[in-house]
Structure formats: structure tokens, C-alpha cells
Design a protein around this ligand. Structure first.
Ligand code: PHE
Ligand code: NA
Length: 455
């Protein structure tokens, strides 16, 4: 992602490209957010809808973003500008790029605070805080962290500094090379945790919770949550994947690469769920505990398993790594936009964008303590009791990302020529027909239905 420095470099190989895309997609969304959303939305039915959204909307959408990027060869805003000009389409489509930059800014502001939680847990693991914990003490541990604005602020600041550091230094390439070994290690560690979960005596219960759909527990808001999370977890609807596509060489098969990224992302999320829910049920914890879910269950597992100290430390280090590579991909579009629209240099733009994100992050930090009762839109029933953090999450995952995604598939499906798409995707006749069906009908109709239902 240090692409700015070499005029318009291309990915050294398809492998490097896929790795960068996996680096952006695999993150807190898989390990922190997916399990707690599943718990809040009642389990299996949510997971099933989520999988449907991933494969019917997310996968075709990822392919669309990559092909737009490869056609435009520029940042998302200029890419949409060039393509609309060439095809004589309305300039309004450029808003897709603009909404993406805004979404990335809003998401990173709270993403960094949660990344900070993971940093705090590295420190706890180092001093062996987890051994001998019980249900109450894991809760207290997490509660104490949230209750301290100063501590949250320090960890959030450190996480933002790490992110700014990489984007300023243009050393993202090095990080991606490291990710090549770290991501598989993360997957192995999750498998170890699933192994531990199998010893808790509640593995069957946990697995059934994830994979047996009970549709009576599914609300229209749960469906919207599943759709929104499909976008969030694949880094869609923000122009990020579009930007990655602009560095893609013509011989890379978009469909196959997209399938790899989507499957990896999904496997990591499901492994996280399988590792967490058995521990939840074996210990009588609350599946609907919300954003604190993994921080209140996994330390319990680490505290009780052989070698738990080491596994706990490794896990939180790898979690921070996964979050870090995603955070970098979130800062990049904001920096690029600032660099182009202002007299700032790359370094200046990174510092300004980083500081602005850090500052907005303070609102999330305070949402968990001093502003815990502040509900800015509380006068509307729908938003009653939602803190600033809840609202940021809602506005990005449930509004911005799906709407930007809708606009993207509509543009690709209805405003671009079939032949050009066919050449770009270069895949079998049937696969292409299915993709086009998804992009023209299934994805847009699905998004609209979900929206209308949840209003
Ligand atoms: N996909 C990342 C995750 O699952 C989060 C992310 C969202 C990153 C949007 C970039 C853009 O954690
Ligand atoms: Na993800």
C-alpha cells in the first residue's frame, strides 16, 4: 500500500494482491464483531443470513469494486470521475467515492478504540492477569478498562500512532509480508482455541447455537445487521477495494481471487464463533453481552487451559496485527483524498487525517464511561439508548456501507456495457451470467428489501 511512492506500481504478484486484500478484510470484524453480533441477534438464523449476504451480495460486490478500480487506475473518486465521463454517465456516481472516504473516517475512529482494547489485553496477558479468572473477575477486568477514560485514551492513542506510523513511513509493504506468516498463525491459533472449546463440555451447544437456525429469533434489524456486517467484514462500500483494484494487473483473475478472500474471511469469522460460544455456554456467560463478548470469554479460556499464558499473549498480539492491517487500509483513502484536495504533502496529510480520526475517537472512548448515558438521537425511538459509539457503528454499517454498495452494483449492473465487463472478468459463461444476475437483480433488490423492512 505504499503505492503512492512509485508512480503507479502494480502488485508484484497475484499473491501480494490477495494478501493485501486479506489484510484489509480480516480484522476486528471477524474476531470481535461477528461473534458479538451473532450473540445479540440470536445465533444460527443470523449466521445463515450473514452467509447468504456474503455470497450473494458481498462476493459479486467485491468483484465489482476490483473491476472498477482496474478500469479507472486511480483513487476511487477520480476512478468514478473517469469512468462516468468516458461512458457519458451522470457525475453523481462520484458520490460513491466521497461516501467511501467519509465511511472510512468514521469507522477508523471507533475501530482504533477497539484495537486499543486488544492492546490493553496484550499488556494484561504479559503480566499473567488471566490465570485463575472466574466469571465475575473477567467481567470486572473488562469493566474496569472501560470505566477508565484515561486508560482507553492511552491505548487508542497508541493504536492510532501505530497506524499513522505505517502510513507515513510507507512501510505497509513490509507489514504485508509479515502478514503472510502472521495470518496463517492466527488461523492456527483459532483452531487451538476451538480445540480448547471442545473440552469445555459445551461444544455441541455452542456449535448448535451457531449452525441451527431458529428464525423466531431473527428480527428485521438482525437481517440489516447481517447485511451491513457483510460489507464491513469484506471492507466493501468504502472504495478501499476499488483502490486496491487500481493496482491490479490485467492477467489476474478477479473472480477466483475474490473467492479466496471471501472464503478466508468467512472461515476466520466462523472459527472465532466456534471458539467463543462453547466457552460462553460452559461458563454460563451471556451470549448477548455485546462488544465486550470476546474480551470476557477468551481470557476465561486462557486462564483455564494448559499453556494459557502463552496462547493468550499470542492471541492478542495476532488480533492487534489483524486489526492494524485493517486500520491502515482505512486510513489510506482519507489520506489520499486529503493529499489530492489540499496543499498538504503525503506526510502532512497522514498526520492531519490521523489526528482528525484520533480526535473523533475520543467520542467513542467517552461513550463507554462518562458519556455512557448520552444518547444524541435519543428523541427518536429507533435510536433510544444508543451512545455515540452505537450511532457511529449504526450509521456506517447499516446506512453508509449498504447504500454505497447499492450504488456501486447499480452502476456496474445497469450503466456499464456487458462486453466491457465480460472482458474484465474473463470467466466462464455460466459464472459470468450468475455474477451479472447477482449484480443487476439479487444484490440491489436484496439491499432495498432489507432497508424498507427495517425502517
Ligand atoms: N474488514 C475489516 C474487518 O473485518 C474492517 C474494515 C472495514 C477494514 C472497512 C477496512 C474497511 O475488521
Ligand atoms: Na473481515
Amino acid at each position: 500500500m505504499s503505492y503512492k511512492s512509485h508512480s503507479h506500481a502494480q502488485w508484484s504478484s497475484r499473491m501480494a494482491f490477495v494478501l493485501a486484500a486479506v489484510g484489509s478484510s480480516v480484522g476486528l470484524g471477524n474476531i470481535w464483531k461477528f461473534p458479538y453480533m451473532t450473540g445479540e441477534s440470536g445465533g444460527g438464523a443470523f449466521v445463515l443470513i450473514y452467509l447468504v449476504c456474503i455470497f450473494l451480495v458481498g462476493l459479486p460486490m467485491l468483484m465489482s469494486e476490483w473491476l472498477l478500480g482496474r478500469l479507472g487506475q486511480k483513487n476511487p473518486i477520480s476512478t468514478m470521475g473517469d469512468i462516468t465521463r468516458r461512458l457519458k454517465r451522470s457525475r453523481a456516481w462520484v458520490l460513491i467515492g466521497v461516501a467511501g472516504v467519509l465511511g472510512a473516517y468514521l469507522i477508523l475512529s471507533f475501530y482504533s478504540v477497539i484495537g486499543g482494547w486488544a492492546l490493553a489485553y496484550i499488556q494484561m496477558a504479559v503480566v499473567d492477569t488471566f490465570s485463575g479468572l472466574d466469571n465475575d473477575s473477567v467481567g470486572t477486568l473488562f469493566g474496569n478498562l472501560l470505566a477508565s477514560p484515561v486508560e482507553l485514551l492511552l491505548w487508542h492513542s497508541l493504536f492510532m500512532l501505530m497506524t499513522i506510523g505505517v502510513v507515513v513511513g510507507g512501510v505497509a509493504g513490509g507489514l504485508e509480508r509479515a502478514a503472510k506468516t502472521l495470518m496463517p498463525t492466527l488461523a492456527v491459533l483459532l483452531v487451538v482455541l476451538v480445540g480448547y472449546a471442545a473440552t469445555t463440555g459445551a461444544f455441541a451447544e455452542g456449535a448448535a447455537y451457531l449452525f441451527t437456525p431458529d428464525f423466531s429469533k431473527l428480527t428485521s434489524d438482525g437481517v440489516l445487521a447481517a447485511l451491513g456486517h457483510a460489507f464491513f467484514t469484506l471492507s466493501l462500500g468504502m472504495g478501499i477495494m476499488m483502490a486496491y483494484g487500481s493496482y491490479l494487473s490485467d492477467d489476474v483473475n478477479i473472480g477466483r481471487s475474490a473467492l479466496i478472500v471471501v472464503v478466508m474471511d468467512t472461515v476466520i469469522a466462523l472459527l472465532a464463533g466456534l471458539a467463543i460460544f462453547p466457552v460462553v455456554f460452559a461458563n454460563g456467560l451471556d451470549a448477548a453481552a455485546g462488544p465486550g463478548l470476546i474480551f470476557q470469554t477468551l481470557p476465561l479460556a486462557f486462564g483455564n487451559m494448559a499453556g494459557g499464558w502463552l496462547f493468550g499473549l499470542l492471541f492478542f498480539v495476532l488480533l492487534v496485527f489483524a486489526a492494524w492491517t485493517s486500520a491502515i487500509s482505512l486510513l489510506e483513502p482519507v489520506v489520499e483524498w486529503l493529499e489530492e484536495r489540499s496543499p498538504l504533502s503525503r506526510v502532512g496529510a497522514t498526520i492531519v487525517a490521523g489526528l482528525a480520526t484520533w480526535a473523533l475517537g475520543l467520542a467513542t472512548v467517552l461513550s463507554f464511561n462518562i458519556w455512557g448515558d448520552v444518547a444524541p438521537l435519543g428523541m427518536f425511538d429507533k435510536f433510544a439508548g444508543m451512545t455515540i459509539f452505537d450511532l457511529l457503528d449504526y450509521v456506517t454499517s447499516k446506512l453508509l456501507l449498504p447504500l454505497t454498495g447499492l450504488a456501486t452494483v447499480l452502476f456496474v449492473g445497469w450503466f456499464m456495457g456487458r462486453d466491457e465487463l465480460r472482458t474484465q472478468l474473463n470467466m466462464g459463461e455460466t459464472a459470468f451470467a450468475l455474477w451479472r444476475l447477482a449484480v443487476r437483480f439479487i444484490a440491489p433488490i436484496g439491499v432495498v428489501i432489507v432497508f424498507v423492512n427495517s425502517l
